[in-house]
Design a protein around this ligand. Sequence first.
Ligand code: PEP
Length: 253
Amino acid sequence: MPGRVPLLAGNWKMHQAPAPAAQLAAALRERLRDVRGRDVVVAPPFPALPAVAEQLRGSSIAVAAQNLFWEDWGAYTGEVSAPMLTDCGCTYVIVGHSERRQYFGETDDTVARKSRAALRHGLTPIVCVGETLGQREARLTLSVIDAQIRGALGGFGAADIARMVVAYEPVWAIGTGKVATPEQAQEVHGAIRRLIGDLAGADVARNLRILYGGSVKPDNIDALMQQPDLDGALVGGASLNADDFARIVRFQA
Ligand code: PEP
């Protein structure tokens, strides 16, 4: 990852009410006090955002939301907008996580709309892509990723893409304990970087951070991070344990 600051992001999913979320944030803050040269982000559920942001104020750990809607205000029952998230202390937002695609009908088009709303309000979108097991077995991985990246990011100019983060999360590896091998991950990360080069030019591609997600744990992060196009991780289950996530942040490449 020449020149790119690694980014380690914890996706707490639908875990942690405000009080335990604040405790987890405090434990992380304590464990990561001396970490330098790595960006760290945690993504609690919506109701815990203010408590976590308060707990992390003045630390180097940033706060992300797990989703957003593309309109700013209005009659959209159940939705949460980018200005609400910035008001709660968020600086990042996860967009198009495979669980949102699978259970809530999100598509590359909604990922694009949400990413645009995020950028409009100064939030960094972490745009998720990834193939299913069936697609991998049918040797469709690279064409699926190509379609997802072009579908979600194809309408953005280079300056906007430069403000994003991409997360490659093979669906078969999320929450299953089956991690992609470093070589499998590198193959897709390299392809994503080449594709970003097509869409936004070589400079943007060189500087874009591409995270790997899918059963990242303390015992596999070091090997993954040795790959040249892996710039960090989006971590689900292991991010709920402060010791495990702190060890992941302290990976040794
Ligand atoms: C995720 O939620 O993005 C994820 C990768 O989960 P896990 O690390 O639990 O596989």
